[in-house]
Design a protein around this ligand. Structure first.
Ligand SMILES: [Zn+2]
Length: 60
């Protein structure tokens, strides 16, 4: 279990219950703006294919 640090991710102050995890609606907006402007990048799924390995010649 990983608990996020109990601080506003924008300014690092203690978050308000109302705006958690942010401390103020201002910080909430800042965070939202970052999402919208693409500062945060959502990593896609890894480009690895979980396929069965090719049959080993020894198994034949
Ligand atoms: Zn804040």
């Amino acid at each position: 279990m990983v608990k996020p640090a109990p601080s506003c991710p924008i300014c690092g102050r203690l978050p308000s219950e109302r705006y958690a995890p942010f401390c103020t609606p201002r910080c909430q907006e800042v965070d939202l703006g970052r999402w919208l402007t693409g500062v945060y990048r959502i990593p896609g799924p890894p480009a690895e294919l979980d396929e069965d390995p090719p049959p080993s010649p020894e198994a034949a």
